[in-house]
Design a protein around this ligand. Structure first.
Ligand SMILES: Cc1ncc(COP(=O)(O)O)c(C=O)c1O
Length: 412
């Protein structure tokens, strides 16, 4: 047999030595579920998709009309500025003041991002490196952990479902870990658990940040989606918050503009500048027509956001009532786009991934297994209320039929 060095070059297997940061990422847990979902669709089977928080409703007509108009202006087809148009950042500042009483300087304390996820991820790159540690909420919205890992940092996951306990654990970690965490990530209303907090949580968090010298990154993606009169506070409302942290908001959810990729980072000017530096190298900003339409959305479409929230609230009730009729009692979320459902007995013994697969294969309903959000998510499903009321009713029917052989009972 010839050795490799004697083989013609074209016959030598060529391997791509990807960077260690790619190798550190775990296998994609939703891979098999996505494959089955795709195969069903190709076979013409109607899958009710409650898997992703991906709004199925279009944005308000005034926003899409403005986009069409902006497309007709050739100046909008050039590279834009990477930190976002001045008027867009001013609109974000106005919104923060109107909704939360927070004054922000548009030039130094606000930056436009290609969706909040991009901003969040690059902020991790700007703040963290090898040897640094970030605390993230558990169960964990994947990018909260993976953006830290991709930046080379270490992750500590702390249970977030009891927010006071989370604060105590942050303090304990800071007292006992060396080196101390550099960043604490918070995300309320929380994806996936739906946990919410009041402003006193952030007041306490800022005090801890100052005592233990850590930075705060608040992912406020579900700022607009609140029910039953609940109003989610902004981290930046807490006294001194701007000294220690920043917050990410998005047009994806309340404005149903997920595919447009537009979000914002607001807060501490040094953090905003650091993110701007990274972005200045990596991207040329958001398509200008999208930015112009986003200005119109924020300026004129509060009523549309209210309608979107009403719609989600109604869906939440229809869906939770329907599941309750099956014997599946679920705590109704006060905010966000997800129902975080404990898997009832006897199905909980199966594990959340096989149970999700069963619902997909037998009920044609796609959901996210809790395990996809880390070990703390095991035993739960995350169901996104992104399909309309009629399809949610249908989903309940199909789930009921699929589970009819075994009576449901949720254990404590
Ligand atoms: C908690 C959380 N943060 C961020 C995002 C991403 O938002 P964007 O579309 O602004 O990148 C999502 C989307 O599902 C989310 O659930």
């Amino acid at each position: 047999m010839r050795s490799e060095s004697e083989l013609p070059l074209d016959d030598v297997p060529f391997t791509i030595p990807v960077a260690d940061r790619v190798k550190r990422l775990p296998p994609y847990l939703f891979g098999k579920i996505n494959k089955v979902k795709y195969e069903k669709r190709v076979a013409g089977i109607d899958v009710i998709d409650l898997g992703m928080g991906n709004p199925t409703d279009p944005p308000d007509r005034r926003v899409s009309d403005k986009l069409s108009e902006a497309l007709g202006d050739w100046r909008n087809h050039r590279y834009s500025v990477s930190n976002g148009l001045g008027n867009l950042r001013k609109e974000v500042a106005k919104r923060y003041f109107k909704k939360y009483g927070v004054s922000l300087e548009p030039d130094s304390e606000i930056l436009a991002c290609i969706g909040s996820k991009e901003g969040f991820s690059h902020m991790c790159l700007a703040l963290l490196g090898p040897g640094d540690t970030a605390v993230v909420p558990a169960p964990t919205f994947p990018i909260h952990a993976y953006a830290v890992m991709l930046a080379g940092g270490n992750v500590i996951q702390l249970d977030v479902t009891d927010p006071n306990e989370f604060l105590r654990n942050v303090a304990y970690t800071c007292e006992h870990l060396f080196p101390k965490p550099k960043v604490v990530v918070v995300n309320f209303p929380h994806n996936p658990s739906g946990t919410t907090i009041e402003l006193d949580f952030y007041v306490e968090l800022v005090k801890l940040a100052k005592r233990y010298n850590f930075l705060v990154m608040s992912d406020f993606a579900y700022a607009d989606i609140c029910y039953d009169g609940y109003k989610a506070p902004s981290f930046l409302e807490a006294p001194g918050a701007i000294d220690v942290g920043c917050e990410f908001t998005t047009m994806s959810k309340g404005y149903s503009m997920a595919g447009w990729r537009i979000g914002f980072c607001a807060g501490n000017s040094q953090m905003v500048r650091a993110l701007g530096t990274i972005k200045g190298y990596y991207d040329y900003g958001i398509f200008q027509a999208v930015q112009i339409a986003a200005i119109i959305a924020m300026r004129h479409c509060d009523d549309a956001v209210d309608e979107v929230v009403k719609e989600y609230e109604q869906r939440r009730d229809i869906f939770c009532d329907g599941l309750a009729r099956l014997g599946w009692e679920i705590e109704r979320p006060k905010a966000g786009m997800f129902v975080w459902a404990k898997i009832p007995e006897p199905w909980n013994k199966m594990g959340s991934i096989p149970f999700s697969m069963k619902l997909l294969e037998e009920a044609n309903v796609a959901v996210s297994p809790g395990r996809g959000f880390g070990e703390e998510g095991e035993g739960y499903l995350r169901l996104a209320i992104v399909e309309n009321s009629q399809r949610l009713r249908q989903a309940v029917k199909q789930i009921g039929k699929c589970l009819k052989d075994e009576p449901l009972a949720v254990s404590d």
